[in-house]
Design a protein around this ligand. Structure first.
Ligand code: IPE
Ligand code: IPE
Ligand code: MG
Length: 252
């Protein structure tokens, strides 16, 4: 049954609140192209992308989606020119500083995924402060994937498991999917039900690998700076049309 959700600015997009995804993961792509089309610098695109982050986080919170992961910077994005990398690091810093109040007010907990050791010290500090300040918030978890790579995640998990085996704390025969799950950086989070990638690229780009086994994939040509509440609702409406079988047969 379709019920009007808190975001009633878009009555044509009715969703079933009992069938919302528990975890939505987003590859926020297309900032550069958004800017280029307007004759602006790539950094201007990133700046506008920050506004989409706020809009999508707050819409997801209103809808009651418990987990949202935002792929903000990949392990491979370090290869970009240092002027762009530095700008992005400053933008992440500014986002955390300016948003903490709003996040606290809305009961949103922030987590960081990825090789955060590589981030500039100042950003690392603010990130740690935000994670600590918001750790008691229970309305929604927003995981920021920064310097994240899916393969690196699997490599780190393997090392962790190998160490436990070498220390005699784990029997290799006891390694199952749960053990691997708990060794990944996403430990404790449900697997994504829905992956959204903006900007028309049809690839994973080393985002979650193990975690996406049965995730529904949604690709849109919309560029990230143009992705707001309406686009999120469209993605959720598309998700609710899917028949998730997990390899079994659908009932009926
Ligand atoms: C996504 O936008 C933001 C990051 C990867 C940090 P891009 O910067 O990749 O934008 P395009 O793909 O060049 O348009
Ligand atoms: C993926 O986008 C990473 C993020 C959005 C953070 P990219 O723009 O880096 O991906 P490719 O290079 O097009 O695969
Ligand atoms: Mg891109």
């Amino acid at each position: 049954m379709a019920i009007t959700l808190p975001l009633n600015d878009f009555p044509e997009l009715s969703l079933d609140p009992s069938r919302l995804p528990r975890h939505v993961a987003i590859v926020m792509d297309g900032n550069g192209r958004w800017a280029r089309r307007r004759g602006l610098s790539r950094n201007e695109g990133h700046r506008r992308g920050k506004d989409s982050v706020r809009a999508v986080v707050e819409a997801a919170r209103e809808l009651g989606i418990p987990y949202l992961t935002l792929f903000a910077f990949s392990a491979e994005n370090w290869q970009r020119p240092s002027s762009e990398v530095n700008f992005l690091m400053q933008l992440f810093h500014r986002y955390l500083v300016t948003e903490t109040k709003r996040l606290m007010k809305r009961g949103i907990r922030i987590l960081a995924l990825g090789d955060t050791e590589r981030l500039p010290p100042r950003l690392r500090e603010v990130l740690a402060e935000t994670v600590t300040a918001t750790q008691g918030n229970a309305a929604m978890t927003v995981a920021l994937a920064l310097s994240y790579g899916g393969r690196q995640d699997v490599v780190n998990a393997t090392r962790q498991i190998a160490r436990a085996v070498a220390a005699g704390k784990l029997n290799p025969d006891d390694i199952d999917q749960g053990v691997i799950d708990r060794a990944l950086t996403t430990s404790g989070m449900p697997d994504p039900d829905l992956l959204i990638r903006t900007s028309g690229e049809l690839r994973i780009s080393n985002f979650f690998l193990f975690q996406l086994a049965y995730t529904e994939l949604y690709f849109t040509d919309t560029l990230w700076p143009d992705f707001r509440e309406r686009e999120l609702l469209s993605a959720l409406a598309a998700y609710q049309m899917r028949d998730r079988r997990f390899g079994a047969l659908s009932p009926g």
